[in-house]
Ligand binder design. Structure first.
Ligand code: FHN
Length: 414
């Protein structure tokens, strides 16, 4: 079981992932050819030569980039941490790296340090900041790994010492308190090399959390597969990295946005099973965040703010043996929260044997009428009356205060 030993991560529940790099200029298309895959992989998938791809840097001038606006919005959406792609597989550093001129300050007309601007905005809004760092895949460095290509001639060790380790040191010494390093796709990294990376991180910032994708079974929390939601609760600390559409980096072709209801359900489902939801936005090359992402997250944010008590600091639920098609349960000690996703007159929970001390609407704290009984079929029932002005609503939560610290689920009788 993985354990960050850090309460902020256990309580966080909702974070913002930001994928932004040179690939945002191509936005899913290179020389008239469209990529069939995620937009940030375009260099690899369309076999764009390094000498051609690196020319993109001379076109990177994100004059609409507004770090303050992004972090303020993330705060409004209720997110507790932000993870930014300091360096993705393309190998381009979004900060003023001293060991590679292939970076946003030295190689672009923009010339400003993006990582530092996120640092300043996160400090202003008291937001935890973590860095995505592609430790093994680096398509720019001749010795970095490249997925689905021949890597046999490469000297990975040379790349680690020349670029990966020094860049990690820079991020950990020059950009304040780093909440976590989000490693990704370890490829051929050996156990010793993964251990070396962990030691490096911890020797500089002992509280910086190392993500599960450091590889070789290391890391302090488990990252599920992309958009993968476990069917059952997982123990320990874990997180689902997820997209709002079907790509991480910006693509002008991808309009397959999830709607706010879907995102709200996914958040509740992940939280109920004990995980954090790390939800992505992919800014355009101008720095602008796609309108669709803002619109969806603004609506999700309203739900998150109004129902914060039922989200943040909740703990993994046991397995409720009954599938509610209208809601999802989360819990804290002595509290069961019902996330109601469809209009209802009553919220009934069957096969729950808790003694109820009270019930209330989370958005406004209004006390609710409830009854507990043993039904004529045998199982116990908790039933909460929904007030008239809420009967046509969806996406709100009810809290049930219980005498027992944990929910008491009864098996379904055969
Ligand atoms: O290859 C990357 C991908 O581009 C993206 O960064 C995701 C986010 O979880 N991680 C890798 C694939 O799992």
């Amino acid at each position: 079981m993985q354990d960050t030993k850090q309460q902020w991560f256990k309580d966080a529940k909702f974070g913002l992932f930001i994928h932004w790099g040179l690939y945002s200029i191509l936005a899913g298309e290179y020389n008239g050819q469209k990529t069939e895959r995620i937009a940030e992989w375009i260099m690899n998938d369309l076999d764009i030569p390094v000498q051609e791809y690196e020319k993109l840097a001379s076109r990177f001038n994100p004059i609409e980039f507004d770090p303050d606006g992004i972090v303020r919005r993330a705060k409004e959406w209720g997110m507790k941490y932000l993870v930014f792609t300091a360096k993705h597989h393309e190998g381009f550093a979004m900060w003023d790296s001293k060991c590679s001129d292939y970076n946003v300050v030295k190689a672009t007309p923009y010339g400003k340090d993006i990582v530092r601007q996120f640092r300043e905005a996160c400090d202003k809004y008291d937001m935890k900041l973590g860095f995505y760092y592609s430790q093994a895949q680096d398509w720019h460095d001749p010795d970095g790994y490249m997925a689905r290509k021949d890597n046999s001639h490469k000297n990975y060790r040379a790349y680690l010492e020349r670029k990966c380790f020094p860049q990690l040191r820079e991020l950990l010494t020059e950009y304040g308190e780093v909440a976590l390093i989000w490693f990704d796709t370890p490829m051929g990294t050996t156990a010793e090399e993964s251990e070396e990376m962990v030691r490096l991180v911890k020797s500089i910032q002992p509280n910086c959390i190392v993500s599960g994708r450091i590889g070789n079974g290391l890391g302090e929390y488990m990252t599920t597969g992309d958009n993968f939601i476990p069917r059952l609760p997982y123990e320990g600390d874990w997180e689902v990295p997820a997209t709002l559409n079907d790509t991480w980096g910006y693509s002008k072709f991808d309009h397959n946005w999830k709607n706010p209801d879907e995102i709200i359900h996914l958040l509740a489902k992940i939280n109920s099973r004990g995980g954090n939801y790390l939800l992505n936005i992919g800014p355009m090359s101008s720095g602008k965040v796609p309108e669709e992402s803002l619109r969806i997250l603004d609506e999700v944010g309203t739900y998150v703010r109004e129902n914060a008590e039922a989200i943040f600091g909740t703990k993994r639920m046991g397995v409720y043996p009954y599938e509610l098609d209208w809601g999802i349960l989360t819990r804290k000690d002595y509290k069961i929260f019902i996330h109601v996703f469809k209009p209802r007159i009553r919220a009934e929970l069957l096969n729950i044997g808790n003694k109820v001390k009270g019930a209330y609407l989370v958005p406004d704290g209004r006390p609710l009428e409830f009854r507990e009984e043993t039904t004529c079929e045998g199982p116990t029932l908790i039933e909460v009356q929904i007030p008239e002005d809420y009967r046509g609503k969806k996406n709100y939560t009810i809290c049930i205060d219980t005498e027992e610290a944990e929910p008491v689920f009864e098996p379904i009788q055969g």
